[in-house]
Ligand binder design. Structure first.
Ligand SMILES: NC(=O)c1ccc[n+]([C@@H]2O[C@H](COP(=O)([O-])OP(=O)(O)OC[C@H]3O[C@@H](n4cnc5c(N)ncnc54)[C@H](O)[C@@H]3O)[C@@H](O)[C@H]2O)c1
Length: 425
């Protein structure tokens, strides 16, 4: 361990620090855009004197974001945005190898989860990073004394953006928050390719199931759902989509998927993934008609998409932890239903979350947006705001460059043509 344990923390096991450091450095290899930003931050110190509370998944990729912000002069306190996603070795390395305050333990209970959020707020932040809006919600309900000191913050995921836009409509949000989720370089890649790959990865790690030839039901054909469906189809599954939005359903149909209501799909599915950001997507009426051995998982932000409480209450027997993050519920009629990662974000609970290479873009967006917030907060005002397009395009440009790809540039005649209106047929 290199760093004296001067920083405040609550982590599971300090002895995991060396292992965590190796993994953080492995992720760093695939995060070249964030590495460039970190180098610039180190020289320019944009966060000197700034305290940041971050409520995010405590993974190796988040660790690299924290390192970039610290290099830029920030004082940090990190807590988890999901009780199952914390990588205890990463948390240990952040504290003991990089001197960053962390309050996170894998599988912490609800009280522990909120006590960690509160501990990370004790730093009295100027900036906040949230993933799902639990930190911002805590600030507006039980830690209101801290609100005056806050310049603003960034939100990472769709569910958080939905909650923040509701707060903005109600006039409840007291400082500017920026919807990092809504950049093209985040939701078109992280939500789609990241969730697609890592959700399948989680299903493999927990069940070792063959996807080819299986009926694979995806609830929600948004950015994440598209990613999951594409990967499952690519591996030979017969994919069924359920939706509540007619345009999304039409899109799915025209891409060759079967589309039907869940009351119908529940008769056929071997493997289910809910990814809607909504609640009770899989519930009693569906559990009652599912096949023996059906595998249920959720990749949406909160653990309310599958009605786990019903399974807990009504199953004849629960065989917990049959395999890694796999609980089996035996129904009264003998059918077995398998639930992965307790119905929480499966790709983070049963696997490692998105590959670093895709988080490189999401977290570069986060880092550059935080820098922008410091300059722009006064003019933005309280409420939810968008990331400036220049940041989005710059991250895409740097990522392309890092992947060895170049694109065309507009010729002067093309620039002129695109800015004129008088050139008809
Ligand atoms: N697992 C991860 O790593 C990860 C990554 C990014 C986002 N997320 C979360 O995943 C969820 C979805 O995100 P997104 O970006 O795809 O959102 P999105 O808004 O693009 O898609 C959600 C889709 O679900 C549909 N839907 C809503 N209720 C439904 C229901 N009852 N049945 C069927 N479909 C329904 C909506 O019409 C929409 O098309 C959010 O909770 C988000 O925070 C998870």
């Amino acid at each position: 361990m290199n760093v004296a344990t001067a920083v405040k923390h609550d982590i599971a096991n300090a002895a995991l620090a060396a292992e965590g450091k190796k993994k953080i450095e492995w992720a760093e290899r695939n995060m070249p855009v964030l590495a460039q930003i970190r180098e610039r931050f180190e020289k320019e110190q944009p966060f000197k004197g700034i305290r940041i509370s971050a409520c995010m998944h405590v993974t190796t990729e988040t660790a690299n974001l924290m390192r970039a912000l610290k290099a830029g002069g920030a004082e940090l306190a990190l807590c988890a945005s999901n009780p199952l996603s914390t990588q205890d070795d990463t948390a240990a390395a952040l504290v003991h190898e990089y001197g960053i305050s962390v309050f996170a333990r894998n599988a912490v209970d609800r009280d522990g989860y909120y006590s960690h959020i509160n501990a990370s707020l004790d730093i009295q932040p100027h900036l906040v990073f949230d993933d799902g809006c639990d930190l911002v919600n805590t600030l507006h309900t039980t830690r209101t004394e801290l609100i005056d000191g806050i310049i603003g913050g960034c939100e990472e995921t769709t569910t958080g953006v939905i909650r923040l836009s509701q707060m903005t409509k109600d006039g409840a949000l007291k400082f500017p928050m920026i919807a990092v989720n809504d950049t093209d370089t985040k939701h078109m890649f992280d939500n789609r390719f990241g969730t697609g790959q890592s959700t399948l990865d989680a299903i493999f790690r927990s069940t070792n199931s063959l996807v080819a030839g299986k009926t694979f039901v995806v609830a929600g054909f948004g950015y994440c759902g598209k990613g999951v469906a594409e990967r499952a189809k690519g591996m030979g599954a017969d994919v069924i989509i359920t939706e509540i939005d007619p345009t999304k359903a039409l899109d799915a149909l025209m891409q060759g998927y079967r589309v039907m209501p869940m009351t119908e799909a529940a008769k056929y599915g071997d493997i289910y993934v809910t990814v809607t950001g909504n609640r009770d997507v899989l519930r009693e009426e569906h559990f009652k008609i599912m096949k023996d051995g059906a595998i249920l998982s959720n990749a949406g932000h909160f653990d309310i998409e599958i009605d786990v409480a019903w399974l807990e209450k009504n199953a004849k027997t629960k065989n917990a932890k049959m395999r890694h993050q796999t609980d089996e519920y035996v129904m009264a009629d003998g059918r077995r239903i398998l639930l992965l990662a307790e119905g929480r974000l499966v790709n983070l609970g049963a696997a490692e979350g998105h590959p670093a290479s895709v988080m490189d873009m999401s977290f570069s967006d986060q880092a550059l947006t935080a820098e922008y917030l410091l300059k722009a907060a006064a003019s933005l005002g309280a409420g939810l705001h968008e990331v400036p397009t220049e940041i989005d395009k710059e991250v895409a440009r740097l990522k392309l460059e890092s992947m060895g790809s170049t694109i065309d540039k507009l010729t002067p005649a093309q620039v002129k043509y695109l800015s004129s209106w008088d050139h008809g047929s």
